[in-house]
Design a protein around this ligand. Structure first.
Ligand SMILES: Cc1cc2nc3c(=O)[nH]c(=O)nc-3n(C[C@H](O)[C@H](O)[C@H](O)COP(=O)(O)OP(=O)(O)OC[C@H]3O[C@@H](n4cnc5c(N)ncnc54)[C@H](O)[C@@H]3O)c2cc1C
Length: 450
């Protein structure tokens, strides 16, 4: 039994140490701090830096940011509102409007330096301590239980729980020996860059056998442009010729866009050589993984950021429940079960997409499967019985989003640490306000609102 007494009796400098302070880590730290837990998050990267990722958030991710009171800040930073998603299956365009629902009035694709910084700032505002340029090199253990981390400078920090939010190459996963529960066989190589003066109203995607490309409107009047090809093609072309490969691939899949951006690409360039997806063991005694550390999927899914935000809330809810007296193994097993229930239906379709072993009919089928899974995901996020951990502790960074919050607590924070928390309206009003489906996968030629 790892109940309330066990949690509080353990000697610790912090309730939770989070390793990695980007989407998954900063969001987890923010939610736990809002629930009144003492949290330290460390990241070996510098504060407010970019990272290897394109920028497309799906609806469930936007909803999470809205519920947490952060969407207004993204808008205020000039992140363009995306009103539709357009797929070009060969020469066949399929246009899908994004229907506004409540505070979620469209899709957004913020630069990571902006989004990650916003989450870090919200975590700090909630009372979390965040240290950048600090790497975790080892764990502290009492017997088989993880009881803290060792930092690069030699300092040991003890915690009641250690969260690995440290990305696909997770140090924490390696140190605890987290088993692989699933490993994909294929992956897409991605090259992306930026261009100015392109339409900012839609996520646009182009597919032809063996190649994909996309345009994602982002901050500062720029569009994030990506191409995806099988890993072997990038290996053959060689990394040095990535601009050449990018332009050749773009001409193949989207010749008009290629002509429009010739000479317009402003850089910087980024290359992701590919990494097959995986699901790791989610938790063990004294530790849990979240975000890419737990579940990495091919970037062609454009879903990792949304998964990181949903995972952060699932884990924060479980940890808050443990701090309030729930049995730790039961709560963390519940976290793992809920995550797997949500991600499992997407995995086969993502694997087919990233294998490039599709024709356009097969591609549409894979998109349809992902769409169905994202509908369930959307419903799941709506169904969060929005706890106090979802609301800023003092006021709202985004008052407009208050209507999408609700009041009840899945698990009350421990009395000793309960803080004043902003409470909004009931979940039923949030459900009514935001009920759209997610963008991908419609029947060809049959636009549907999302
Ligand atoms: C090419 C590409 C394109 C993508 N495009 C999209 C997209 O359009 N939409 C989408 O939703 N997703 C996309 N993704 C996926 C998305 O980027 C990830 O899912 C997301 O970044 C995961 O966030 P995270 O917080 O889990 O991990 P990360 O963003 O990887 O953050 C992990 C952090 O942990 C830190 N860290 C690691 N080890 C240590 C250590 N030992 N000590 C201290 N700190 C440590 C790192 O410095 C890092 O800051 C893309 C990914 C790639 C590769």
């Amino acid at each position: 039994m790892n109940g309330f007494a066990g949690w509080h009796q353990r000697r610790a400098d912090y309730d939770v140490v989070v390793v990695g302070a980007r989407l998954a880590g900063a969001a987890t730290a923010m939610l736990l701090a809002r629930a009144g837990l003492s949290v330290l998050a460390v990241d070996r990267a510098r504060y407010g830096t970019d990272t290897l990722s394109t920028h497309a958030l799906t609806r469930a991710g936007v909803l999470q940011l809205s519920r947490w009171g952060l969407l207004g800040a993204l808008r205020a930073a000039g992140t363009p509102r995306v009103e539709k998603v357009v797929y070009h299956y060969g020469d066949e365009p399929v246009e899908i409007p994004v229907r506004p629902r409540g505070d979620v009035d469209g899709l957004y694709a913020p630069r990571r330096a902006l989004l990650d910084r916003l989450l870090v700032d919200a975590a700090v505002a909630a009372g979390a301590e965040i240290r950048h340029r600090v790497a975790v090199t080892d764990l502290h253990r009492d017997g088989s239980r993880v009881t803290g981390v060792r930092l690069a400078g030699g300092e040991t920090v003890r915690a009641r729980l250690v969260v690995g939010a440290d990305g696909a190459r997770s140090t924490i996963a390696q140190l605890v020996g987290a088993a692989m529960r699933y490993t994909a066989t294929a992956s897409t190589a991605t090259i992306y860059t930026f261009a100015d003066q392109l339409p900012a109203d839609a996520y646009r995607n182009w597919f032809r056998p063996g190649v994909g490309a996309g345009l994602i409107p982002t901050n500062a009047g720029q569009a994030n442009l990506w191409i995806g090809v099988p890993m072997a093609e990038l290996r053959q072309a060689g990394h040095r010729d990535r601009a050449g490969l990018f332009h050749r691939a773009l001409r193949r899949v989207a010749p008009r866009l290629a002509a429009a951006v010739a000479g317009q690409v402003s850089g910087p360039w980024a290359t992701f050589p590919g990494r097959p997806g995986f699901v790791r063991q989610w938790w063990g005694p004294g530790w849990a993984l979240v975000g890419d550390a737990a579940y990495f999927k091919d970037p062609i899914s454009a879903h990792g950021m949304t998964d990181a935000l949903i995972g952060a809330e699932e884990l924060a809810r479980a940890v808050t429940a443990i701090a309030a007296g729930a049995d730790e193994p039961t709560a963390l097993a519940g976290y793992a079960r809920r995550r797997e229930r949500l991600i499992r239906p997407m995995i086969p379709a993502i694997e087919r997409l990233s294998s490039f072993a599709w024709d356009l009919t097969g591609l549409k089928q894979a998109h349809t499967e992902i769409n169905q899974a994202m509908r369930a995901e959307w419903e799941h996020v709506l169904s969060f019985d929005v706890p106090a951990i979802g609301s800023p502790a003092t006021g709202s960074l985004d008052q407009a989003s208050a209507s999408t919050r609700s009041s009840s607590l899945a698990a009350s924070p421990p009395a000793s640490v309960a803080t004043a928390t902003a409470r909004g309206t009931s979940r039923s009003s949030s459900s009514a306000a935001v009920t759209a489906a997610t963008p991908v996968g419609v029947r060809p030629g049959r636009p549907a609102a999302v």
